[in-house]
Design a protein around this ligand. Sequence first.
Ligand code: FPP
Length: 246
Amino acid sequence: MSVKNELVLDKLPKHIAIIMDGNGRWAKKKGNLRIFGHKNGVSSVRESSESCAELGIEYLTLYAFSTENWNRPKNEVRALMELLISTINSETSTLLKNNIRLNAIGNLNELPDKTRNKLNEAIDKTKNNDGLLLTLALSYSSKDEIIHAIQNIASDVKKEKIKSEDINEHLFDQYLFTKNMPNPDLLIRTSGEQRISNFLLWQLAYTELYFTDVLWPDFNKEELYKAIYEYQQRERRFGKTSEQLT
Ligand code: FPP
C-alpha cells in the first residue's frame, strides 16, 4: 500500500525544497559516467514535480546547480547545461499538462546564453499556469543572495526609497530572490549527506529537515510521500512550548 493513503491532506507542506544529491554515486555504482546519473535524475525531477502538483502543494524549489558547481570538471558542467536544455525541451509539455509554472532563482546571468534563453522561453510558456510553482535554483548561492539583498537595501536607503529603521525581517524577505514565496516547510536532501550546502540559509530558519539515504535518481513519488509523512509526524513549535500549541 502507498504511504500516500496515510497522508493528512489538510496538513500538507505548502512549500517543499529539495537538495537533489547522489547522481554521481548512483552512476558510479552502476559503473557509468557521472552524467549518466544526472540524466537519470531527470525522471526524479518529473516524479517530484508531478506528485507535488497532484497533491496540491503550492511551491517546489529544486537545488539544480550551485555557484560552487561551476568548479566541477568542464565537461561535466557543459553536459549539465546541455541536459537542462534537453530537459526543458522534453518536459515543457509535462509542465503544461500539470498546470505547473516554471521559475528560476540564482545568478542566471552566468548561465550560457543558450541555456538561459531556453529557460526563459519555458518560463514564458508556463507563465499563465496557476498550479504548482516549480523553482529551479541555478547558479545559486544563498550567501550571494543575502549579500545582493544587503547591497540593494543599502542602495534604496541611500536613494531615500526606504529608511534604515524600516529594515526588518519582512522587508528583508522582499529583497531576496524568493520574494513573494513562503519559506519552505520541508527540506529534503537525498544521498545521506546531512548539510545545507549554501541553500536558502535565511529561508530555512524554521524548516523541518528530512534526510534520506536514497540517491536522487532513485527518488520517486513514494519516497516523496514518505518524506511528507515524516514531516506530518513532527511538531512545529516555532520556539514555543508544546503546551502553548494546544
Ligand atoms: C547532485 O549530485 C546533483 C547535481 C549537481 C545536479 C542536479 C541535476 C539533475 C537532477 C539533473 C537535471 C535537473 C534539472 C532541473 C533538469 P552529485 O553530482 O553531487 O552526486 P554525488 O554527490 O554522488 O557526486
